[in-house]
Ligand binder design. Structure first.
Ligand SMILES: O=P([O-])(O)O[C@H]1O[C@H](COP(=O)(O)O)[C@@H](O)[C@H](O)[C@H]1O
Ligand SMILES: [Mg+2]
Length: 568
């Protein structure tokens, strides 16, 4: 207790931000005054420094080392600056590194980006700041385009309004292999974290008052031009594209303007954006969670699609690296699972790629259908750990995706997921189908005919108390279910020991005799435990409907088993 109070006092003393200083002083006073809630709050704020998770640092905005605030960001930037200096010196190229910094429209994002530029500049690096709030893929693109040694994107993506975050990319001279311009993985994260931990105080970190460069519009124009031409020549497809009606929503995030520019440049002129969600708003007023995966998040878009009789709905998450696709299925507007979109795009890219050494990649928690698609087209397939930081660095990749609505259709441009280029490819596909009198739903059935029905689903548990997450994992590891949807479990793997050649990760893999598969893992971006479910049913003859019904029935039983196993 004494130690905690002393830590809090020292933190307040060193915090450059008046707002968070006052906030923490209030909590401290209440804790000293005997409030148990305030004490618990204080303990949580000082549980440790925010850690690099699935996608950089992410946490609640507020005072203390376990929160997102200016003091934490300045330390993080200083640690990264130090890492860049050391890495370049080790490479025999001592001197300034180059870093590109982007930010979304969340509370604090612009300040955090400016602090990062100030720290980088004072550390002797060349800091390039994107000119305004922009999507994450534009930052990832700029990092590669400008040959930057590092990139920073201030965003908490799809998290609730109370959160913010810090995505970190490496490239330039520091990472020169396929991972150039991808988000950091071990050992870089630990090396940067060690340098952050070595920073004694914010006060000791020099910050420049100016000297960084605010980039012009050129980099954004480049991104728009390069992405818009991904689908090839416009002339032969202009008519069908113009005839395709698309509903868009950026979900109050920063993707709206860029996706509209890209789609319009590519000939999609019949665009309808959900007005209530079109402009960036850090409070995300019309949704409970600004995550297209969450129930209800894209309801306004679906309603607009019905009223304008659209052909396709595209919803981006707030930093526009994810892309949700909705289409008419059996007469109802339905959002497609990330695995379905992944298989559709994977099949499309594969059918345009000559057989050979190119690779389709997806994460281990995504559908196994992509492997079947790759082998049918004579391509390689790679499975990676969860997170685009892993998928993005796959050698010889032509397409990569993850079930969490993340797709990389142009690895030469962006080594991360990109909800805008994926939307363009999807829109092109829908316009081609429409011209032929067909729909996405028909294309999904084609996939089932070719490869079988791969039905995936997710069960997740959200926790208020973070300690319940390791407890839930431990309980599951100790007594995993013996059957899944009535079929005996034939493989139980603790993934922390390494799994199918992948580095160790916290997770449990279960496979049933029926072919059903479940992976359970803690989220690295939200206080959740996630279970990823898959059932595979072959199609006999042309009975796609029968196979789909059988898969749905098995999935229902599987969901019930997993829900029970998670104790929710
Ligand atoms: O936040 P975003 O859109 O960048 O998405 C981030 O979080 C997702 C969920 O991760 P987890 O299951 O650990 O919460 C990851 O799949 C993704 O690669 C990562 O970039
Ligand atoms: Mg995102």
């Amino acid at each position: 207790m004494e130690e905690l109070l002393a830590k809090a006092e020292a933190w307040i003393e060193d915090d450059p931000d008046g707002v968070t200083r006052e906030e923490l002083a209030g909590v401290l006073e209440a804790a000293v005054g005997g409030s148990a809630d305030a004490l618990a709050d204080l303990e949580d704020r000082f549980r440790g420094f925010l850690e690099f998770g699935t996608a950089g640092l992410r946490g609640r905005i507020g005072a203390g080392p376990n929160r997102m605030n200016r003091a934490v960001v300045i330390r993080a930037a200083a640690g990264l600056a130090r890492f860049m200096t050391d890495a370049l010196a080790e490479l025999g190229a001592p001197g300034p590194g180059r870093v590109v910094i982007g930010y979304d429209a969340r509370h604090g994002s612009h300040d955090f980006a400016l602090d990062t530029a100030a720290v980088m500049t004072a550390a002797g690096h060349e800091a390039l700041l994107l000119p305004r709030t922009l999507p994450t893929p534009v930052l990832a693109f700029a990092t590669r385009l400008l040959d930057a040694d590092a990139g920073v994107m201030v965003t908490a993506s799809h998290n609730p309004p109370q959160d913010n975050g810090y995505k970190v990319y490496l490239g330039g001279r520091i990472v020169t292999d396929e991972g150039q311009g991808a988000q950091i993985v071990p050992p870089y994260d630990a090396e940067i974290a060690a340098r952050i931990a070595a920073i004694r105080s914010v006060e000791s970190v020099p910050r420049a008052a100016d000297g960084w460069q605010v980039l012009g519009e050129g980099v954004i124009d480049d991104y728009v031009a390069r992405v818009a031409t991904l689908g090839g020549d416009l002339a032969p497809v202009a008519a069908r594209r113009a005839a395709t009606r698309i509903v868009l929503t950026p979900l109050h995030g920063v993707g709206g303007e860029t996706i509209e520019r890209v789609l319009r440049s590519a000939g999609f002129t019949d665009l309808h954006t959900v007005v209530e969600q079109a402009e960036p708003d850090p409070d995300f007023p019309t949704v409970d969670f600004p995550n297209p995966e969450e129930k209800g998040a894209i309801d306004l878009a679906l309603a607009l699609a019905s009223s304008v009789e659209a052909d396709l709905v595209i919803a981006n998450d707030p930093d526009a690296d994810r892309c949700a696709v909705a289409t008419m299925v059996d007469g109802r507007w339905t959002m497609l699972h990330g695995d379905v979109v992944g298989s559709l795009l994977g099949e499309r890219v594969a059918s345009m790629t000559p057989a050979g050494s190119h690779v389709l990649a997806n994460s281990i928690v995504s559908s196994q259908q992509l492997g079947a698609i790759a082998s049918a087209h004579g391509l390689g397939h790679a499975n990676t750990l969860t997170g685009f930081k892993w998928i993005g660095r796959t050698p010889r990749m032509v397409f990569g995706y993850e079930e969490a609505l993340g797709y990389c259709v142009a690895p030469e441009l962006v080594r991360d997921k990109d909800g805008i280029s994926a939307a363009l490819l999807m829109a092109d596909f829908v316009s081609e189908l429409k011209e032929a009198g067909r729909s996405l739903s028909d294309a999904i059935d084609d996939l089932a005919r070719a490869y079988g029905v791969y039905l995936t689903s997710q069960v997740s548990a959200r926790y208020a108390d973070l300690a319940e997450i390791p407890a839930t994992m431990a309980r599951l590891m100790a007594s995993p279910p013996a059957t899944l949807a009535g079929s005996p479990v034939v493989a139980t793997d603790d993934m922390s020991q390494g799994f199918r050649g992948l580095p160790g990760t916290t997770g449990l893999h279960l496979a049933a005799e029926s072919g059903a598969r479940v992976i359970v893992r803690p989220s690295g971006t939200e206080p959740k435990v996630k279970a990823y479910l898959e059932v595979v049913v072959p199609v006999s003859g042309d009975d796609v409907a029968g196979a789909k019904a059988a898969a749905a029935e098995t999935m229902e039983a599987l969901r019930a088993d997993v829900t029970t196993a998670l104790g929710i």
